[in-house]
Design a protein around this ligand. Structure first.
Ligand code: 5GP
Ligand code: MN
Length: 318
């Protein structure tokens, strides 16, 4: 399927002049990096390109070239729409509401719904950025140093520094080739993954104070009060879930982030052998086998009870 779809995608991009590129709400490093990579490559090929992320660019990725070009809303008409690192249309927020079916989807989520005309989906790829490192040249476009920085950022973040169970040797080969184009890997690594604000560190503390465990499951809660008392400006978990996965003798980590009185964001992380995307899907979310998320309507107390029950079922294999 790949060759035919790749060729179709290449032709769509070649024939288009005015191209819209978008990705998912609450964008992570792979969403921003993949969007910038294909966006900059098309700009360099003299296309008119609009890069749009409904929630804008998180601070930790604003050093990437072109991030200042990313808008929150599309303006005008387009003759091609490309969606990267995004499993379904709902995940683009309102960006594509007034537009027809997207032309191209490039993604690696196991929960991808094949929502575009041409779907390039590789669920074995640890990051959409790894796919784009091969596709950009296949589309007849060039990977410059800035594009290599964007792609490396996608790879570093989705693999949490090349250490997730989704890692494969091709990701390291790809990273090596990208490094040869000039990027400073330790610097990109530090900016995207390591460096955090004082407030985020205190927010971690608030979350870690709530740690609980049961059998091989561990979970933490970040309620509205935690955000307020630490002055943390985001509505995410500041990547605290990655710390929960370091705790010994656990197979699944869950984090609950209260959004407002009746909405909770939930993130799951699992060791290999468990597919948390299946639980996330039960709650209207999605993701990958080892990492998934969902935004669930309901108060914190009820959502926690429902999610912990369903996750326990998965752990117990029924
Ligand atoms: P996180 O829990 O860090 O937000 O996301 C983990 C993985 O699950 C990411 O690949 C992310 O794209 C996916 N994910 C998170 N929330 C949702 C959701 O509400 N719907 C879908 N389809 N995927 C999600
Ligand atoms: Mn990704």
């Amino acid at each position: 399927m790949k060759d035919k779809s790749l060729l179709e995608a290449k032709q769509i991009l070649q024939n288009a002049h005015n191209i819209l590129i978008t990705s998912h709400i609450r964008p992570d490093g792979d969403a921003v990096g993949s969007l910038l990579a294909i966006g900059l490559a098309l700009l360099d090929a003299d296309k008119t390109v609009q890069m749009v992320l409904e929630d804008g660019v998180p601070k930790s990725f604003r050093h990437l070239r072109g991030s200042d070009l990313i808008k929150k809303r599309p303006e005008g008409e387009f003759d091609a729409i490309v969606v990267v690192d995004c499993s379904d249309l709902d995940r683009t927020g309102k960006v594509l509401r007034k537009f027809p079916t997207p032309d191209i989807s490039i993604d690696h989520h196991i929960t991808n719904l094949d929502f575009a005309r041409v779907n390039l989906v590789d669920t074995a790829a640890p990051a959409t950025a790894e796919m784009l490192a091969a596709y950009i040249p296949a589309f007849g476009l060039k990977i410059t140093r800035s594009i290599a920085e964007a792609l490396l950022t996608g790879l570093i973040t989705d693999t949490i520094g090349f250490r997730t169970t989704s890692m494969r040797s091709n990701a390291l080969r790809t990273a090596a080739d990208l490094m040869d184009l000039g990027p400073n890997l330790p610097d990109l690594y530090q900016k995207a993954l390591i460096s955090r604000s004082f407030e985020a560190a205190r927010y971690w503390g608030a979350g870690l104070n709530t740690l609980e465990h049961d059998n091989r499951m561990v979970w933490a809660t970040l309620d509205l009060e935690a955000r307020k008392s630490t002055n943390y400006p985001g509505s995410d978990d500041a990547d605290l879930v990655n710390i929960l996965t370091t705790i010994k003798n656990t197979d699944i980590a869950v984090i609950f982030i209260e959004q407002h009185k009746d909405r909770v964001k939930v993130s799951w992380r699992a060791r290999s052998g468990f597919d948390v995307s299946s639980v996330a899907m039960q709650f209207g979310g999605g993701g990958h086998k080892p990492a998934a998320g969902a935004t669930i309507e309901g108060n914190l107390f009820d959502v926690k009870a429902d999610v912990l029950k369903a996750t326990k079922k998965l752990l117990n294999g029924n």
